[in-house]
Ligand binder design. Structure first.
Ligand SMILES: [Zn+2]
Length: 467
């Protein structure tokens, strides 16, 4: 046997060994677990939907679970979000190649393209020299293919949805390459890089577009680009929710609903901007009607933005919007669909003190009353003699100081309240701890233990039967 034949056969025999072992292992596992969701084992996924809650760390999920429960009249702690019912869960290590606490560009590259890179880079391999990254990406065009390119090559249809600008780091990582995430349109590109033929992300999107593109960020496209799109047969451009509702589902659709990011869910006008759930439903209908199988990425992009402003109310209401979108996917997508829900990174968002069960999650802390098990009459007091909130941030603009006014429940539960912080920063920062990955459907069984973020791509690729 020649060496190369041996190399071809070795993976095959390994694959057979794994197939022979796995039903037994699976049976053993499933006999111990009460399963609310049916998992289809050892079959190929026809479709993959990946949800990314930008900045959705574990504390955000717990607070959102309670917030959503309390909005339904429950105490909240016992409530579950739609993806918390998925059986397969892993913890994800989020660091970028050169950063302990990552950003969305490097993490989205890991999740969607399968390799880690530098903080701030979108789908360009890491290098200590930016010049070399420009050379590889723009001059030699040797960056590994995007998930959109991989899916198209495999004959699948593709959808990209975000409540952020569609040229923002996370959605851009579905279709584009950029040494700097800030190069959203051609005029944003550093002149030296432009000379080396680097293109803005909007131009790259126009050149090889996914089938369904829905989000914000109209201002990052030129009039010429949008006109050219509309002139192409089979290409539709929609500017508001009404136009989306009337749009045919068998065309290539670009929906740009706002000049910059879409509105927070708490401020959204339903006549003008579709919800994340509506966009998800539209995309699933449109992509599944093509019969090709599909890959769909849905980003709740503004959980992150609300956190950067230490505005927990809007972070949690955008989490509710994400939860509704996941529900839509669970309802609409069949058993042949792998659904993943994860975050790119966490935030320095904490839930603390010893509030009584059912204490309003956005509220001031009241401890349990040991006499009757209810809430203490008075608010719990910090060292400065003043009440404090359950939710807070380690850093950000609104530092709690001696002269800070005493907080009232009215004030802190309002939608514009900015939670207090400990360390003064112009904007609150990301956090570096692991984030969860939830999975259900064919291929979900690979989601387990502590994983590197780039392995998420491999879970999708293997579920779809790609090499
Ligand atoms: Zn961020």
């Amino acid at each position: 046997m020649s060496k190369s034949a041996f190399r071809t056969l070795l993976p095959l025999s390994l694959a057979l060994l794994i197939t022979a072992c796995s039903p037994d292992t699976v049976a053993k596992q499933s006999s111990n677990i009460a399963t609310p969701t049916v998992i289809t084992q050892n079959t190929k996924a026809k479709n993959v939907i990946i949800f990314i809650g930008d900045g959705m760390g574990v504390s955000t999920i717990t607070a959102a679970r309670i917030f959503d429960g309390q909005s339904k009249g429950l105490k909240g702690e016992e409530h579950s979000l739609a993806f918390e019912e998925f059986n397969n869960i892993a913890l994800i290590k989020t660091y970028n190649t050169n950063a302990q606490v990552p950003d969305s560009a490097g993490t989205a590259t890991a999740i969607l393209s399968g390799y880690k890179t530098n903080i701030g880079a979108v789908n360009v391999r890491p290098n200590e020299s930016v010049k070399k990254m420009v050379l590889e990406s723009c001059v030699l065009k040797k960056s590994p293919p995007t998930l959109t390119a991989q899916a198209k090559k495999a004959g699948l249809s593709v959808g990209v949805i975000s409540t952020a600008r569609i040229t923002h780091a996370t959605p851009a990582a579905m279709y584009g390459h950029s040494v700097d995430r800030g190069w959203e349109m051609d005029s944003d590109v550093d002149p030296r890089a432009a000379k080396a033929r680097c293109k803005g992300l909007a131009s790259q999107l126009m050149k090889s577009p996914p089938d369904i593109i829905l989000g914000g960020g109209r201002e990052k496209f030129t009039k010429e680009q949008l006109n050219a799109w509309e002139e192409k047969p089979g290409y539709i451009y929609v500017k508001d929710a009404q136009e989306l509702r009337a749009a045919p589902k068998d065309q290539t659709i670009l929906g740009l609903f706002t000049p910059s990011h879409m509105s927070y869910e708490a401020d959204r006008d339903d006549a003008k901007e579709p919800s994340l759930a509506e966009m998800t439903g539209f995309a699933i209908d449109a992509l599944s009607s093509r019969g090709t199988g599909y890959v769909l990425m849905v980003e709740a992009g503004r959980v992150d933005h609300a956190h950067h402003g230490t505005n927990a109310f809007r972070a949690l209401t955008d989490m509710q919007a994400l939860n509704e979108a996941v529900k839509t996917a669970k309802d609409k997508a069949g058993d042949d669909t792998l659904i993943l829900v994860t975050a790119d990174h966490s935030h320095v968002f904490t839930m603390s003190g010893y509030p009584v069960r059912g204490n309003p999650i956005l509220g001031l802390v009241r401890n349990p009353n040991p006499e009757d098990g209810g809430a203490a009459k008075d608010y719990a007091k910090a060292g400065d003699g003043k009440p404090y909130t359950t939710l807070g941030y380690h850093n950000g603009p609104n530092v709690r100081e001696e002269h800070s006014p005493a907080l009232t429940d009215n004030m802190v539960q309002g939608k514009d309240f900015l939670q207090q912080t400990a360390v003064q920063m112009e904007t609150e920062t990301h956090a570096g701890e692991d984030v969860p990955l939830y999975a259900r459907g064919p291929g979900a069984e690979k989601v387990r233990g502590v994983m590197e973020q780039n392995e998420i791509h491999d879970v999708m690729a293997s579920a779809l039967g790609w090499k």
